[in-house]
Design a binder for this molecule. Sequence first.
Ligand code: ADP
Length: 482
Amino acid sequence: MQKNTKFFQFIKSLKFRLILLILVIAILPSLILCIGVLNSYEARAVSIRESEILSQAKILANQIATSEYMDKGSSEANIIQAQISLLTTIYDGRVIIVDDNFKVYHDTYNLDDNKTIIAEEVIRSFQGQEVTNYDEENHYIEMTIPIIDPDDTSSTVQGVMLISVSTDNIVLNHGYLSQVATIILVIVVVATVFFGILVILYFMKPFGKLSDGIAAIKEGYGDDALQVNDYTETALICKRFNEVIGRMKITDESRQEFVSNVSHELKTPLTSMKVLADSINSMPDAPKELYQEFMEDITSEIERETKIINDLLSLVKMDKSAADLNVTSVNINELLEQILKRLQPIADKQQVELVLESFRPVTAEVDEVKLTLAITNLVENAIKYNRADGEGWVHVSLNADHQYMYLKVEDSGIGIPEESLDQIYERFYRVDKSHSREIGGTGLGLAITRNCILMHRGAIKVHSVLGEGTTFDVRIPLNYIA
Ligand code: ADP
């Protein structure tokens, strides 16, 4: 099984594909070249042989026509006979002379003497044509040439010369060349594949380095950035990989920071409680009123601890990835009225005027519980961080278009310094730690609010002037986008 997967891995590898490519590149052109050259060799050799024989035969035919060779006993007959013999010897062939009665006048093989030949080629030659045929299967060239006296103005065909010449030696040469070509082909393929594989292995090395480097980082060796700069591609992969690792480190650091912040925040009320309890224990004779006062302090620390834990739980629920929104169609005007009604006592206590302005009826697809928490945090902050001279106000307004609802929470409070504006959504961030703690803040409220709004695919923006007031603008789609 393991062997099988290794085999498939090899088949799927870039290495294997490159080897295949090299094989194709090495074999195909060489093969085409060999076949092409060999084929054209045979055709070319036959055609050269044909034209040689034709010119020789033509000279001979002229001599026959002008020499009264056909008249038996002519003095030139022997010379011509000798020339015919020479031609047949040189070309390993056979010559037949046919007279004007289609009778074989002379056959160098002496097989068909005095026979009548009425072949198609012979008839065509008697009409003045030269006919050439190549019999590829049996390896011979056949030629028929009319015997005409060039000085005869009537161009009378006196006879026909039939020549058949063997091309066995051409075929033999072809066979020999094929063998040589095959040997060369094999050598070329083996050499190309061998050097090809060496080159491929050399070129693939940086990818091995890359894989080893990633494995080393995975195993925890070396914190250095991955660097394989042999190719632009490997350098780019390293760059992207280092970016991902960088982002993971940041996430890890922020998680660690969060855990240490949580521990710290949870420990603070516990430390206070311990101090208070120790103090009481060390005063066994303390009056009842002092006990009561200490117990009240301990209760308020417990409440604070509970609030931090509740806020942390809310924050976990608002985690974007763990999003489990319970979306329903909600009348936002009514929702705001309820929230403000619930917060009115706190506003009264702070002597802050709370005003709601609804520009139109708005219904949106939202998670009612989560959105209530988010808006409550904003309005509560606007009340909490307001002025204490009894002149403070909080103005909440609601508007909408066909796509979004717009919520504005404006206050006349202490404002947020510009340099803190980017950080207020961070978990446990507080502009003034002691002031926030005094008024019961945990530093988690805005983080919860922002997460909730992002879960609804909305946006939140803040504008603030120190000492004058703060405005939070929230935009949420009317129809929930999954
Ligand atoms: P907290 O529980 O401390 O209120 P939040 O996350 O709700 O935490 O707010 C973070 C910090 O942002 C607060 O400590 C406060 O300093 C500042 N802040 C939030 N809302 C306002 C506001 N309306 N006016 C002034 N400061 C604000």
